[in-house]
Design a binder for this molecule. Structure first.
Ligand SMILES: Nc1ncnc2c1ncn2[C@@H]1O[C@H](COP(=O)(O)OP(=O)(O)OP(=O)(O)O)[C@@H](O)[C@H]1O
Length: 422
């Protein structure tokens, strides 16, 4: 066994190698090889190799100073796995701990992450994801973090008001689209200057979690890797004004039967995501409503066009608005970073036409092909309903006599990855 780190050049790849053992009895000798892109070793005569981009980091053993462990994301079964190594000396263990940590970290220095955990969103899985996946991965990465659990609807605004959010390089929501909506609105409202410097991440523990899908974090473990590795991209937001109330949305604004259903579904949160279907069925057997409004939007030419009509719903999507638990897509033609909004209007129709629309939406958004649905790309939309005046903004319910929605191109930086705008 050599007791030195042996750096050497092979072709143009700098390689580091060290002898170690994979068991504490020191029966199974191995040699670990580390390059900028891979870590590999032999385990019981079988070669093991991982991309360094799948290593979250390393940790010294609490009980044996000659031992360290590394945590690896196995793409094949979407799980974290931990591997243990024993070295000849304490110094070697320390050197390799530092080496693996520095090779596996993302491009950003001195990160300080705030994690906002909503314990009641979706099927209430946030604490489990935190304990079993996110906290262990953060601890392997060595990134500084603080955890905050939301206690009610005013928590996020008070949280923002009571501290300098600029101290955080990244803020991660463990919740649904609503949690992110409340967070970005509060930061832009109270500490706008800090907004630009922060990267925003989401781990899907909500009901619909359309944003998480869009940033490449559909599975919480994929989201954790995006966060740990600090991959970022810029995307559009929606500036939403309802009378004098200003908010910022990542996903979608809706009015008509869609917002009516979500308003009522709030009272059935105990049903989980099924609450929307249950209320939808209830609406179906009730007296059928007509939604009348003046919808105005900016056309390509810059001209503002007005449509005074009866609708089933009007929706404005900032991205595809997919549902994490099924194949539903609401605005399939929208893209998160194309500087445009997708305005979708369904003209007033009977119950069966509406059922057909919902059924087609569940089939990857094919409802947009129906003759009674119009979709246009625009930067600015306003809705002035005759009644009712209920809006759904990223899953949160608002009331007001009119609403304006404007795209804010490239305003937010997400932790994650996206397809290029098509
Ligand atoms: N501890 C809490 N108790 C009660 N409500 C809370 C608490 N923490 C946050 N909230 C409320 O939870 C709502 C946000 O839920 P969120 O949208 O994240 O989850 P969801 O509705 O299950 O998911 P999605 O929006 O993806 O469908 C907000 O209205 C917020 O005010």
């Amino acid at each position: 066994m050599s007791n030195k780190v042996l750096p050497y050049q092979s072709t143009d790849v700098p390689k580091l190698q060290v002898d170690a053992w994979t068991d504490n009895q020191r029966h199974h000798a191995t040699s670990i090889t580390l390059t900028k892109s891979t870590i590999s070793w032999e385990n019981l005569k079988k070669g093991v190799a991982f991309n360094i981009s799948n290593v979250t980091g390393a940790k010294p053993s609490m009980t044996d100073p000659t031992s360290i462990s590394i945590q690896v994301y196995k793409e094949s079964n979407r799980r974290f796995k931990i591997f243990y190594f024993w070295f000849l000396t304490i110094e070697l263990a320390h050197t390799w701990f530092e080496l693996i940590k520095s090779y596996s970290k993302g491009p950003q220095e001195n990160r300080n992450i705030a994690v906002i955990l909503n314990p009641i969103s979706g099927n209430k899985s946030a604490w489990k994801v935190w304990r079993t996946k996110f906290q262990p991965a953060l601890s392997y990465s060595g990134i500084n973090y603080s955890l905050y659990e939301t206690t009610g609807s005013n928590f996020i605004e008070n949280w923002v008001k009571s501290r300098e959010v600029k101290q955080f390089t990244d803020i991660v929501c463990m919740g649904g689209d609503g949690t992110m909506h409340l967070l970005i609105t509060a930061i832009i409202k109270h500490q706008k200057d800090a907004f630009e410097s922060i990267n925003f991440g989401i781990l899907p523990t909500g009901s619909r979690n359309a944003l998480a899908i869009e940033v490449g974090s559909k599975k919480s473990i994929e989201g954790i890797m995006n966060i740990i590795k600090g991959k970022t991209f810029k995307a559009d937001l929606m500036k939403v004004r309802i009378e004098s109330e200003l908010s910022f949305a990542t996903t979608a604004v809706s009015w008509g039967i869609v917002s009516d259903i979500s308003e009522e579904a709030q009272h059935y949160r105990f049903l989980g995501a099924f609450r929307y279907t249950a209320v939808g069925l209830k609406k179906f057997v009730q007296k059928w409503k007509k939604y009348s409004a003046m919808v105005s939007y900016e056309a390509d030419s810059g001209e503002v066009l007005d449509i005074n009509s009866d609708f089933t719903y009007v929706m404005v999507g900032n991205h595809r608005v997919q549902n994490i638990s099924n194949n539903e897509i609401l605005t399939p033609n929208a893209r998160i970073n194309n500087g445009m909004l997708d305005l979708q209007m369904m003209s007033y129709g009977n119950k069966w036409k509406t059922v057909k629309m919902f059924k087609k939406a569940m089939k990857s958004g094919s409802h947009v092909e129906l003759g009674n649905i119009t979709s246009v790309k625009t930067r600015l939309v306003s809705i002035e309903p005759k009644s009712p005046i209920v809006y759904n903004v990223d899953g949160e319910i608002y009331y007001g006599s009119s609403i304006q929605i404007q795209v804010m191109p490239q305003m937010i930086t997400y932790l994650g990855q996206t397809e290029q705008a098509k």
